[in-house]
Design a protein around this ligand. Sequence first.
Ligand code: C2E
Ligand code: MG
Ligand code: MG
Ligand code: MG
Length: 289
Amino acid sequence: HAKETGKARCVVYNPQKFNQQEFDVSMEAAMFDAVRNGEFFLHYQPIVDAVTCEVLGYEALMRWMRPELGPVSPSQFIPMAESNGLINLLGAWALRSACMQLKRFQEAAGRPLYVSVNVSPRQFRNEHFLGVIDNALKSSGIVGAELLLEITEGILMSDPEHAEAMLNQISARGVKIAIDDFGTGYSSLAYLKRFPISTLKIDRAFVQDLPASVKDAAICNVVLSLASHLNLTTVAEGVENAEQLAFLSRQGCNLIQGYYTGRPMMPDAAIALLRAGANAAAPVPVGQN
Ligand code: C2E
Ligand code: MG
Ligand code: MG
Ligand code: MG
């Protein structure tokens, strides 16, 4: 076959590709052990008021630290867990831990806060998912309204009937729904009308070149205006500097999440941040990734 193309291509032995596959297989095997060995944990990234920079909530972000080998990126292990099914176990653990952690955050802050948890398509389709939510609420003692579930546009588009039924049942518990990475998937404005959604998270892709990029500025303005008319809360992701914060705040974005106002951090650091209070005059980048 290699000859037919007329070029000397090496189709059988590609060491780089081979090593990559071997690496993935060993990583996949390691994942099952990692669950048992407790190698997974959660970081928490502050979500702050766009005007006052007060911390209003945290997004729980999953981390995997392999002994000797170091951290594995979620963009690598989440898709793997999604395909091998471990995401159901990991996701249920994350939801429950995040809710229990929120209780401690609230106690440290002496005021209400919320926690935002990512939900993968496979988890959302799982027949036990509502039970997992109920269990997390019950064992943590937080109320439904203090939990925000982040889903992606694909979940809504692939099976709208199922999504509608699920979202209605989730809403009946007071739990709120955010569209994560808004504008980057298979978007349809119709779903903003059909489904009980509370929050739009504007993807970092539209934020990173603000305020210089005329196109990104236009996209952000339109999304913020749309959200405001539909009574949806807006969160801008990936805010890394004062100029981006100022622009988004001025355009009416409600909440900010990004390295500028706080990196994903361990629970102790999140608690220290809450104890420091809203007195901090200017947002100071805190935590480590
Ligand atoms: P996401 O839900 O959109 O999370 C935001 C990502 O942006 C996080 O990456 C966060 O660390 C990163 N980020 C936040 N602020 C900044 C910034 O200012 N600059 C830059 N460059 N990046 C920023 P992370 O933690 O690597 O997670 C990647 C993705 O993995 C998440 O994207 C989410 O889709 C998925 N993920 C993470 N934890 C979970 C989980 O518990 N369950 C599921 N199903 N997915 C998860
Ligand atoms: Mg998210
Ligand atoms: Mg996001
Ligand atoms: Mg994103």
